[in-house]
Design a protein around this ligand. Structure first.
Ligand code: 5AD
Length: 343
């Protein structure tokens, strides 16, 4: 376990070492990695898991990622776009229910210019004092990221999806590139956003090598947040017949990210909760410490279909969080509605 000790002292590991940590289950049992990850997390954040209100405010997208249900070429996707007023109302309602982080997530919808987004962000920050605004709007120009930051946005989620450029090219059309993705992430960090990267686990053509590249990239970027979930095929995408990513590997990767980035905020994602009945708890027990209940108004929610079977009812529904939180409590975790900034 000498690699883990070196991680603890902040050292970068080689790709070879990462490959071993990812694939050699005999030397590094998943359960042992999970226990180590939990103790690292507990020492920094305790047993609190931070709750974020997720608002999927537009399902229009100019991109055509092969894995994603709201890709431009999917003519069967129902499109919607909330109005700024409706977004503001959703935040105000969430705020009254105790949410102190709002995640505004959408496809890359050109409607949302800086001139429309900036005043919206300012109004959310005014009407929800002390709440954090997290944006998840994909790739934009450096100038745009700067304007949105100046308007008051605190955090930005932009998964890198894979840090292997050949693999990146097999998941995305040639109009997109890993280089541009990295440019965006570095800009976001430079502008002072708490920045989130991350990748799907078990996406088509992924391998131990691509995951090792992901870990090396994450160590180098050192993002404040890392989102990971299993790849889940969507029936109206080119990847409809591909295999779903493994839950066990997702949990193992959560533990490795926790060990590499002890302070990171790591969600137990909706994809993980979709792939496994107790995905949230399994995620926490692997080292995760964030949950993002969907508070998108009912009308739009089911149209935001990135993958099949996406969990949208029951305890993933933001409208009654009590059963969800009670489940967390029984498993030894305390749902926290605090802002939950990076420590
Ligand atoms: N399966 C799992 N995750 C997906 N995402 C998009 N499509 C899928 C899918 N089919 C993830 C991507 C994106 C995030 C918003 O959702 O990683 O960054």
């Amino acid at each position: 376990m000498k690699e883990i000790e070196r991680l603890a002292s902040g050292e970068r590991l080689s790709l070879e070492e990462w490959r071993a940590l990812i694939a050699d289950e005999e030397s590094y049992p998943t359960a042992v990695l999970g226990e180590m990850a939990v103790s690292v997390r507990d020492a920094i954040y305790g047993r609190r898991v931070f709750i974020r209100g997720l608002i999927e405010f537009t399902s229009y997208c100019r991109n055509d990622c092969y894995y994603c249900g709201i890709r431009r070429s999917n003519g069967r996707a129902e499109r919607y776009r909330m109005t700024p007023e409706a977004i503001l109302d959703t935040c105000a309602l969430g705020y009254a229910r105790g949410f102190r982080t709002f995640v505004l997530q959408g496809g890359e919808d050109p409607y949302w210019s800086d001139d429309i987004l900036s005043p919206l962000i300012m109004r959310i920050k005014e009407s929800c004092p002390e709440a954090a605004v997290t944006l998840s709007l994909g790739e934009r120009s450096d100038e745009s990221y700067q304007r949105l930051r100046e308007a008051g946005a605190d955090r930005y989620l932009l998964r890198h999806e894979t840090a292997d450029s050949v693999h990146y090219g097999r998941l995305h059309p040639s109009s997109m590139s890993l280089d541009n993705r990295k440019r965006c992430l570095r800009t976001l960090k430079r502008l002072g956003y708490q920045t989130g990267a991350g990748m799907m686990i078990g996406s088509p053509f992924s391998s131990v090598d691509t995951l090792a590249a992901d870990m090396a990239f994450l160590q180098e970027l050192s993002p404040e947040m890392v989102g990971m979930g299993p790849f889940i095929p969507h029936h109206d995408t080119p990847f409809r017949d591909e295999r779903r990513g493994s839950v066990a590997l997702t949990l193992r990767m959560i533990s490795l990210v926790r060990l590499a980035l002890p302070h990171a905020l790591i969600p137990a994602t909706t994809a993980l909760a979709t792939a496994s009945e107790d995905g949230h708890i399994l995620g926490f027990n692997a080292g995760a410490n964030v949950v993002m209940p969907n508070i998108t108004p009912e009308r739009e929610r089911e149209k935001y279909s990135l993958y099949d079977g996406k969990k949208i009812t029951g305890d993933e529904d933001g409208s009654d969080l009590c059963p969800l939180f009670e489940g967390f409590r029984i498993a030894g975790y305390e749902a926290s509605m605090e802002r939950g900034d990076y420590l």
